[in-house]
Ligand binder design. Structure first.
Ligand code: IPE
Ligand code: MG
Length: 220
C-alpha cells in the first residue's frame, strides 16, 4: 500500500488525507479480493522502519489503523473475513492492541478471505523471531512458523523493492510493480494483476513442462 503521501501531495493535500484515501482503497480491495480469486490478502500497513516518520504522522497512521479495525470488524464478521495482524505488538498503543485482539477474536471463524495486516512489521525480524522460537531449525519448520508462501506480491507507488516485506514467504512470489498510487488502486487493478499472475509460468527452478497432447494422456 505505497503512495498515499505522493497521492496527497500531487493534489496539494496534507499527507494525512492521502492516508485516509488509502484506508478507503483498502476497504475496496478487501471487498473485491474473494471475487478476484484471492484467498489470503496481506496488506503492509506500517513497517518497523516507519517509526522513523514524524511523530504526528505515526500517530495519525496508528489512529487510522485502530479506527479501521474497530469500524470494519462487524462487516468482516458478516462477510466471512478472518482478520489477523502480523508484526510486533509491544510498541503499539493500548487502544490499537485492544482493537487488534477484538478484531481477531470476532473474526476467527471467517473462511471467505484471510486478511492479514502487517503492523510494526519487519520480515527480517519475523524470520529471526520464528527461528528463535523453534526447538529445531529446518526449512519446513520455519516455513510453517512464518506463514503461507506468497503467490503474488503487488507493490503500488512506483518503487521496485520489497522493503523488508514477507521476504521468506516471497521466495517464489510473482512480483507486480505498478506506478498507480495506492489510493487510486482499485478492484480492476487487482483483477489485472491476478490476470498477469495467471499468465506467468512458474517453474520453481525446474524447466517448463511441455503441454501434452490429448492422445498422450489417453495412452497413460
Ligand atoms: C503509504 O504510503 C504507506 C504507509 C506507510 C502507510 P506512503 O506514506 O509511503 O506514501 P509515499 O510513499 O510517501 O507517497
Ligand atoms: Mg512510501
Amino acid at each position: 500500500m505505497d503512495g498515499n503521501g505522493r497521492w496527497a501531495a500531487g493534489r496539494g493535500f496534507p499527507r494525512l488525507l492521502g492516508h485516509r484515501a488509502g484506508v478507503q482503497a483498502a476497504r475496496r480491495i478487501v471487498e473485491a479480493a474473494p471475487a478476484a480469486g484471492v484467498g489470503i490478502l496481506t496488506l503492509f500497513a506500517f513497517s518497523s522502519d516507519n517509526w522513523r516518520r514524524p511523530a504526528a504522522e505515526v500517530e495519525a497512521l496508528m489512529g487510522l489503523l485502530a479506527r479501521y479495525l474497530e469500524t470494519e470488524t462487524p462487516r468482516c464478521v458478516e462477510e466471512g473475513v478472518r482478520v489477523q495482524v502480523i508484526g510486533r505488538r509491544d510498541r503499539l498503543a493500548g487502544r490499537l492492541c485492544a482493537a487488534i485482539l477484538d478484531a481477531e477474536k470476532a473474526t476467527a471463524t471467517g473462511s471467505r478471505l484471510w486478511l492479514r495486516i502487517a503492523v510494526d512489521y519487519s520480515a527480517r525480524d519475523s524470520i529471526l523471531a520464528a527461528a528463535a522460537a523453534l526447538p529445531e531449525l529446518s526449512r519446513d519448520a520455519l516455513a510453517s512458523a512464518i506463514g503461507p508462501a506468497v503467490d503474488l506480491l503487488i507493490r503500488t507507488g512506483g518503487e521496485r523493492r520489497l522493503s523488508d516485506f514477507l521476504l521468506w514467504e516471497s521466495a517464489y512470489a510473482e512480483l507486480v510493480f505498478t506506478r498507480t498510487m495506492w489510493p487510486d488502486f482499485g478492484p480492476a487493478d487487482l483483477t489485472a494483476a491476478v490476470r498477469e499472475f495467471r499468465g506467468r509460468e512458474r517453474r520453481y527452478g525446474a524447466i517448463p513442462t511441455p503441454p501434452r497432447l490429448r492422445t498422450e494422456a489417453w495412452l497413460d
